[in-house]
Design a protein around this ligand. Sequence first.
Ligand code: ZN
Ligand code: ZN
Length: 117
Amino acid sequence: MNVKSETCFSNHDKKPLSFFSSEEEAFSSAKYAKKRYGHSLLPYLCEKCKMWHLSPKSRHTQSEECSYCTDSKGGLKQLYVSNYKAQKRADILFKSNGVLLNVYSCPHQNGFHLSKK
Ligand SMILES: [Zn+2]
Ligand SMILES: [Zn+2]
């Protein structure tokens, strides 16, 4: 399913963006695009319409540093592009060192952080 947004447009070519009601749906569409066209796309939650869009992966890194939030040691926190990615990372960390981490959305920008409970 590929539905075009009436509120959100591509910065690049001004065409309406496709939107998805869930992250899973966006992910499966991204997977399809990768297979079919070789495009690497990443889902992100849109602040405007509260739906999921896809954007080229080149504009994202899997995780980057937040320019606003710092951890307990004063270093910049890792910023994850999606809740799903952050949760996966938390699962890996839990399995490797038994530390349970919470996913929460960054109060300053689009993205997610992990914090100790
Ligand atoms: Zn939108
Ligand atoms: Zn942040």
